[in-house]
Design a binder for this molecule. Sequence first.
Ligand SMILES: [Cu+2]
Length: 286
Amino acid sequence: MHIRSFLTAAAAAVVLGACARGDADRSAAVDSADEHAGHAMPNVVTVVANDFKFDAPAEIPAGLTKFVLKGAGQQIHHATIAKLENGKTAADLMAAFRNPGPPPSWVTFVGGPNVPDPGAEANATVDLAPGNYALICFVDTPDKVPHFAKGMVHGFTVTSATANAVAPEADVNLVLNDYVFNFDKPLAAGRHTIKVTNPAAQPHEIQLIKLAPGKTLADMQQWIIKMDGPPPGSAVGGIAGMKPGTTNYFEVDLAAGDYVAICFIPDAKDGKPHFEHGMATQFKVS
Ligand SMILES: [Cu+2]
């Protein structure tokens, strides 16, 4: 699937950790606002992922925002949301990406919709503070060239106008730890709203994959290494890289079957993807 060669581990941890405190405070404010009735639903922003370009608004209001990512190409894509500090823009980000090495210190990753299959969609609800942002695709299928290098970086501005939306009501809580996915209950077939928090030391993501009949996590891990032939499963969304202290929500409709949850974020200590540290799990939805 996607190997993020660009994000070296140590840098990702430093970058993603930079604003953890501020977002934790925002999340707490959202949680208390949730106790009051009569607030608006999150603003919905549609992001179309083509091969290899995002179509998305240039400006959106601050506050809780549901990003709906539509996979409109032949390839798989995701939409990592990066907050660009110090007045930096998507053009600065593109310039920085041309240099090898870690992302610059003014980039912080705050989640966003992870990969749906081509033709399908995924979503993520994120609380956005005003500022400059970019959507980035780190997926590198089919030729190991990350999609941002082919143009999949989209700059947008979050303005100060905010609607007073409340957080979605989640029926499942998922905590991302170093290096394990902790769901608070087994996932049953059907619709879910999953609240994802990262109280860990490192950034993490969750990519959900529905395994093809008879296939296993081991088959998926083999495929990730070789990318030989069709993947032994289909991508069904999740949440892209989240720095510690961040909260995202996603809605997913799960058919019965075998699933994998996996994190590709490179480790802060050794640079290996987190699934090699055990952050990959197979589970049954029934
Ligand atoms: Cu892509």
